[in-house]
Design a binder for this molecule. Structure first.
Ligand code: SF4
Length: 282
């Protein structure tokens, strides 16, 4: 099984780039641990969370980590502003396409200030391979303008001096940046801060296993799922948690036909048990 399969649509970017959710404003079971230290199974202290759900979240983490190879290598080593641009490009777009668009922007403009000040039609043409380039081009320029205006410079490096909560609040105050994107910037960039992104695959597995309710959308799921994990988990541990749930959603818990019969979470999953019992719930 591939540890990382990011060839499909970027699941961290399922919110449309227009006026979408993101703009509401990105082996315990087998007894072996093949890949380095496991995060401590301490209860969260920063936020109340249902004890049973907390235990289930930890059990899921413990079971999936050996399968997908925790600690999972980071897939990006970008500064936070570049990670933000990358994340905004990737919404609802195959990773290969958003990666090409990101490289095209980098090749065309000497820095993000030059991109911010370029004609929007030129940006749109440069990122034509992504979904909704006509929306993403002006959005990214507007985000860059807002950052420069509020911070006095086109950089997000200052976020390293803030707490995760402060940094996320700062980012999400900018129109066009929602919980997924803010968490992605903090977690995936070289900031390597302990934030938990939730993408659509992660969200689907969390919903089917009952970690979150059936009506909890991706955005509101962020604080709920974060609160189920220990407050003192490292950036790597939270990154791993996101990655293993995302990878499990891609590999096993498919949107339309989850492979429940072979899923090692079946005994923890009411949806899978209902499906295997013939109720057809999904
Ligand atoms: S048992 Fe089925 S529905 Fe539940 S997590 Fe596994 S694949 Fe998904």
């Amino acid at each position: 099984m591939s540890v990382r399969d990011r060839d499909g649509v970027d699941s961290l970017a399922r919110e449309p780039p227009g006026i979408g959710a993101d703009s509401r404003s990105m082996a315990l079971a087998s007894g072996h641990d093949l890949a380095g230290p496991r995060p401590r199974r301490t209860r969260p202290s920063h936020h109340p969370a249902d004890s049973a759900l907390h235990d289930k979240a930890l059990e899921i983490h413990a079971r999936l980590c050996p399968v997908y190879g925790c600690p999972i290598p980071y897939f990006h080593s970008l500064d936070p502003l570049s990670e933000l641009v990358s994340s905004l490009l990737s919404h609802r777009t195959r990773n290969a396409d958003s990666g090409r668009a990101f490289k095209a922007l980098r090749a065309r403009y000497p820095d993000w200030a030059a991109m911010r000040d370029a004609p929007v039609a030129e940006i749109e043409a440069t990122i034509a391979g992504v979904t909704w380039p006509e929306l993403k081009a002006p959005r990214i320029q507007a985000v860059l303008r807002a950052i420069a205006e509020h911070q006095g410079a086109l950089s997000l490096d200052f976020l390293k001096d803030l707490s995760v909560e402060e940094a996320r609040a700062w980012l999400e105050a900018i129109p066009g940046i929602g919980p997924k994107t803010s968490a992605a910037v903090l977690s995936f960039s070289l900031l390597r801060m302990p934030a938990l992104p939730v993408d659509s695959h992660h969200h689907r597995v969390a919903q089917r296993t009952g970690l979150i309710g059936p009506k909890v959308d991706v955005g509101p799921s962020h604080p709920i799922l974060r609160a189920q994990l220990p407050a003192d988990w490292s950036a790597q541990a939270l990154y791993d948690n996101h990655e293993i749930l995302m990878l499990h959603g891609q590999a096993i818990c498919h949107p339309r036909a989850p492979a429940c019969a072979t899923c090692l979470l079946l005994d923890l999953c009411p949806t899978g048990q209902a499906r295997m019992g013939g109720s057809g719930a999904a």
